[in-house]
Design a protein around this ligand. Structure first.
Ligand code: MN3
Length: 199
């Protein structure tokens, strides 16, 4: 059973003007495809072959750097595509909105904290909103690490993630990472984020 590159629920052009089609296409068919294929090569013929990506990430500290980088890359991009939509934007509702108000004071505060985490992650990495035993938290991770990994500082279940590697925005935004972060709020599918929050 090999890991498969997931299909997107929307066209590469669908997130324009916030994320351009060329970036989406290269990101999905080259970057995500490479993480997926490298992960398959790395687990092939080992016991990990029959484990879920979540099981693998939970013990990543005892596995190779190749599996850490590519397993993270495989999982992170799958989440990223799924929490975006051409009909995204706006604000979360219901239970998720209540939890955000409780843990951050307001949606505006969450936006500030998350955007700051994304902007200040030095080099390549991700910003996350995650569910922990003590509530919602914002964090960022380097490279392809994520909050499901046993080696990461802030652990929990990621419900929203933003790729801040240059390959995610450079064609459209060049060095202007803050503009890309601002644009991201227009494509977040809060219904999908809420589904992850309720799991
Ligand atoms: Mn990426």
């Amino acid at each position: 059973m090999a890991f498969e590159l997931p299909k997107l629920d929307y066209a590469y052009t669908a997130l324009e003007p916030h994320i351009d089609a060329r970036t989406m296409e290269i990101h999905h068919t080259k970057h995500h495809a490479a993480y997926t294929s490298n992960l398959n090569v790395a687990v092939s013929g080992t016991k990990l072959e029959n484990e879920s990506i979540e099981q693998i990430l939970a013990k990543i500290g005892s596995l190779s750097l190749t599996i850490r980088n590519n397993g993270g890359g495989y999982y992170n991009h799958d989440l990223f595509w799924k929490i975006m939509s051409p009909n995204g934007g706006g604000a979360p509702k219901g239970d998720l909105a209540n939890a955000i108000n409780k843990d951050f004071g307001s949606f505006e505060n969450l936006k500030k904290e998350f955007s700051n985490a994304a902007a200040t992650r030095f080099g390549s990495g991700w910003a996350w909103l995650l569910k922990t035993d003590t509530g919602l938290k914002v964090t960022s991770t380097p490279n392809q690490d994520n909050p499901l990994m046993d080696i990461t500082e802030v652990k929990g279940a990621p419900i929203l993630g933003l790729d801040v590697w240059e390959h995610a925005y450079y064609l459209l935004y060049q060095n202007r990472r803050p503009d890309y972060i601002t644009a991201f709020w227009n494509v977040i599918d809060w219904e999908k984020v809420t589904e992850r929050f309720k799991k």
